[in-house]
Design a protein around this ligand. Structure first.
Ligand code: NAD
Length: 332
């Protein structure tokens, strides 16, 4: 039976990435029927909302989606579609495995880290207000239930994938209630996984140590905001956003997407690196139970990158996005 998957191309470079994805998926022979849905800034202009109800309904129905990036206006305008989708579908776990890839220029070799970011709470709850004309405030909300399920997710992931350690990241020295609760719950959950090492770091110290000694870390467990920031830092350790995949996972649905945004500075020029999006598709194929196809696409992407002949400019090549996708497709 064919898998039905919601495909949200999104804004900016998103449609180019969707095209690259379809080229590669077609070459694998795996039967996936994509249900295309529009979300983002372009659709907001037409329909008055960046996240029409039928998009959420489609993901609910299919339970699996792959999504291009969506632009979010800064300092005003509509609220993030990504945040809204994660909340509407309760996609509480953001999973970002990040590895050094042969052929990708970067300052480090052998980086192999997994970011597990809580996706629904913290400062992203959208509870913001102007107290008066000169004062603004945002509520940081952390719950025991939210902290517990993300901590369990991190430990279950570690166990299932043979990882050795989980590090909880926080600022509990300053935010004693919110981050203090997150840390206490992580410690409590850790006790149920004696086979996995557990430690914790204050987020600022973690950032320095990641840059100095990334090999000391394995799975990082973070509340929403630190998870967002540290994801980009970790992507930088392996050569940038062009190669960093991800997934948003809940109990009812999973949405796969690269870490990077809509890259408006390079949109429409056929130069966006498709690796992050294709590796997100590999995670999606695994989630669909298509492990062999996933392995095939994974190996094909890595081979094309390592060879370096048909890669985009950010990887030192001259190939276009679609040309690189065709090279991956030819290898599958
Ligand atoms: P960005 O990730 O879009 O781009 C940052 C820089 O990295 C740009 O110079 C871009 O050209 C480059 N870059 C990113 N991905 C690349 C790739 N695959 N290949 C080559 N170069 C790549 O971040 P930004 O500029 O801060 O954000 C742009 C828009 O994207 C904003 O509206 C932001 O809100 C949105 N955004 C969306 C998501 C999402 O949908 N998940 C995530 C982050 C940002």
């Amino acid at each position: 039976m064919a898998h039905r998957v919601t495909l949200i191309p999104g804004d900016g470079v998103g449609p180019e990435l969707a095209e690259a994805l379809e080229t590669v998926i077609a070459a694998t022979g795996v039967r996936i029927e994509f249900e295309r849905c529009e979300a983002g800034a372009a659709v907001a202009e037409r329909l008055g909302t960046p996240l029409p109800d039928d998009v959420v309904a489609s993901v609910r129905r299919n339970r699996v989606a792959i999504k291009g990036p969506v632009s979010t206006p800064v300092g005003g305008g509509f609220r993030s579609v990504n945040v809204a989708l994660r909340r509407a579908l309760d996609l509480y776990a953001c999973l970002r495995p990040t590895r050094s890839l042969a052929g990708v220029p970067s300052r480090y070799d052998g980086v192999d880290l997994v970011v597990v970011r809580e996706n629904t709470e913290d400062l992203y709850a959208g509870s913001e207000r102007m107290v008066d004309d000169d004062t603004a405030e945002t509520v940081k909300r952390i719950t025991r239930a939210g902290s517990e399920r993300i901590a369990r997710f991190a430990f279950e992931y570690a166990r299932a994938h043979g990882r050795r350690k989980v590090t909880a990241v926080h600022k509990a020295n300053i935010m004693k209630f919110t981050d203090g609760l997150f840390l206490r719950v992580a410690r409590h959950v850790a006790a149920a996984y004696p086979d996995i090492e557990f430690d914790d770091r204050i987020v600022d110290a973690l950032c320095m140590q990641l840059v100095q000694r990334p090999d000391e870390f394995d799975v990082l467990l973070l509340p929403n905001l630190y998870g967002d920031i540290v994801s980009d830092l970790v992507a930088g350790l392996v050569g940038g956003l062009g190669v960093a995949p991800g997934a948003n996972i809940g109990t009812e649905a999973a949405v796969f997407e690269a870490v990077h945004g809509s890259a408006p500075d390079i949109a429409g020029r056929d130069i966006v690196n498709p690796v992050a999006f294709l590796l997100s598709a590999v995670m999606m194929l695994e989630h669909l139970g298509e492990s062999e196809v996933a392995r095939g696409v994974h190996d094909a992407v890595l081979a094309v990158v390592a060879e370096g002949r048909t890669v985009t400019a950010d990887l030192g090549g001259t190939a276009g996005t679609q040309q690189m996708a065709a090279a991956v497709a030819a290898r599958v």
